[in-house]
Design a protein around this ligand. Sequence first.
Ligand SMILES: [Fe+2]
Ligand SMILES: [Fe+2]
Length: 471
Amino acid sequence: MPGIDYLERIPNNVDLKDNRRLLRALEDWQPKFLHWWQDMGPEGWQAKDVYLRTAVSVDPQGWAQFGYLRMPEYRWGIFLAEPEPDRVIAFGDHKGEPAWQEVPGEHRATLRRLIVTQGDTEPASVEQQHHLGKTAPSLYDLRNLCQVNVEEGRHLWAMVYLLDAYFGRDGREESEALLQRRSGDRDKPRILGAFNERTPDWLSFFMFTFFTDRDGKYQLASLAESGFDPLSRTCRFMLTEEAHHMFVGETGVGRIVQRTCELMREHRQDDVRQHGGIDLATLQRYVNFHFTVSLDLFGSEISTNAANFYTSGVKGRFEEGKKDDDHRLKDATYPVAVPDADRIIVREQPALVALNERLRDDYVADCARGVARWNQVIQRAGIPFELTLPHRGFHRAIGGFAGVRVSPDGRVVSQAEWDARRADWLPTEADEAFVGSLMHPVIERGKFASWIAPPARGINGQPIDFEYVRQ
Ligand SMILES: [Fe+2]
Ligand SMILES: [Fe+2]
């Protein structure tokens, strides 16, 4: 495969040096990006050597190289998966036609919007996690935070490349705007709700990388099906990086669960707070919160936009190629849960307008597999407790369930019951204050904070007490 050219100022595998106009646009943007990174990257560690992986090829095998690097020197660049020869569009009205190498005029606005919305999430999460460098529970975790963040920065590069390369002046303006919005800012917020929420502590960080980065996986996988081939190839490579972020989330929560179980057994009590652990009931409330704000990211259950994206070949389904149907869906239906007075019923809806819900279903099933692995940890400890995903109607702000009060077990409840039970169902201020009180930096090699177990193994075959960040 054509390797990534690291001799260039902007590493890439898209022959950037042969495209003077694009090169100039990106070279103009690069210092602004670095300025943003200095402001918003992990606080307190920018000048230190961190054991990071860098992409050196786009091969599924062995694309990464590990070594010490100061984060501002990370080689952010533009990496697209290898082109599939003779790729054709796999769905919608253009099914069977050659994939587009340029943006079709009639889909220009839609594609631009999708790319900007995806691109906006990447710097947003870096901003949300900015201050976590001050309270890392170990060097291993600190290193993972830095890795996730430099890669989110690279994902921003990926989207900015598409905007600059294919959307002319509009694209360049959007690239600038991506560096100007700020997560949670009142005047210039990020585009999507979950990306304006705070990530106040490391429990929230692990929940975020498990639940919210996983939304990213499903959005990227759908965009990887796009008829617009450069978008497809960009997203395919991003997915390989995204996998690590979800690994950080799943194992992070898993290690917290493990530590909690150890403390429960040692002290023979459920409330392990006084022993420096996070009790399972609190973990459940954090699951409830992060799962449901992530569900909102998929949009309304019924969406003509989603139908149009699909019909026009712009955005496919998760694993479109593996679905055994006509890939046009004009006559198909799909079951959608909707509130109906004081109960929740399932209605068959035209499959095209239900595509958001279908993607959400794929996502929910994936989340459930991770939760089952956390439950194995609890089970192995012999503790009769099960973490669960709340009903999809619970605590929703977007779609048919917005404004409807639904309990985690899926009953439509009165406002009075909601108010009475809210503190059992969602993290309270007291929960946040308690979790916050546990957040002290642990940066001694091989040591871990009281509330989290060490990982099963280190990064890239290194021992757990490896010096993942040099001080
Ligand atoms: Fe990302
Ligand atoms: Fe991510």
